[in-house]
Ligand binder design. Structure first.
Ligand code: DQA
Length: 146
């Protein structure tokens, strides 16, 4: 089964970007751990990082072409992109929303996710581990669907 991992805007700067909030691991290191976990779960991973809303929408749409699941950190788009939300609603593949930080303990504008109602679940505040748990969840949901 193929699974899409999508990282949103500014996550390419991980490790250097507000390490007190987002931790010291680079995105490459997180991706390495994801690939390792995917191997153990027997999943084929495709990982995309984009700073562009349209690219994120098109990447989500691609999941319709036989993908078993989506793990997505929409980053800032989480809070206002109806386009990203609608794309996730359009593709009927298991999906999990991930945030490195706990968005519910932060600024008011981060406490609302427009994406949350259209994904299967959300993991917020567990750092890089959240991605790995999300991958496991998507693998389990993909398995259930036959
Ligand atoms: C984030 C939280 C968002 O509010 C923020 O815009 C991000 C990263 C997280 O992973 O904690 O860029 O999605």
């Amino acid at each position: 089964p193929r699974v899409l991992v999508i990282h949103g805007p500014n996550l390419n700067l991980l490790g250097r970007r507000e390490p007190n909030v987002y931790g010291s691991l680079s995105l490459d290191e997180i991706d390495r751990r994801l690939r390792e976990k995917a191997g153990a779960l027997g999943l084929d991973l495709e990982i995309v990082q984009t700073n562009h809303e349209g690219v994120m929408v098109e990447t989500i749409q691609k999941a319709m072409q036989g993908y078993a699941g989506i793990v997505i950190n929409p980053a800032a788009f989480t809070h206002y992109s109806i386009a990203v939300r609608d794309a996730l609603a359009a593709v009927s593949v298991p999906s999990v929303e991930v945030h490195l930080s706990n968005i519910y303990t932060r600024e008011e504008f981060r406490r609302h996710s427009v994406v949350a109602p259209v994904v299967d679940g959300q993991i917020s505040g567990l750092g890089p581990l959240g991605y790995l748990l999300a991958l496991e969840a998507v693998a389990a949901m993909a398995g259930e669907e036959k």
